[in-house]
Design a protein around this ligand. Structure first.
Ligand SMILES: [Zn+2]
Length: 60
């Protein structure tokens, strides 16, 4: 399994778009809605989008 690649986003953001990246390969643009925990994983490339505040909490 590829090492997760995490993208920090602002807490006010409710959905994100993803087109992949250079490392994991590009894919068609998709829109992902964040879940209640403030994170979502792209099902194409496995990139994880997470709210800034959640990410800090998880790393304390
Ligand atoms: Zn993606």
């Amino acid at each position: 399994m590829r090492i997760s690649n995490i993208k920090i986003i602002e807490d006010s953001v409710k959905s994100v778009s993803c087109t992949g990246d250079k490392d994991s390969g590009s894919h068609p643009q998709i829109f992902l809605k964040l879940n209640e925990e403030g994170s979502i994983e792209c099902y194409y490339c496995g990139k994880i989008f997470i709210h800034k505040s959640k990410f800090k909490k998880n790393n304390v």
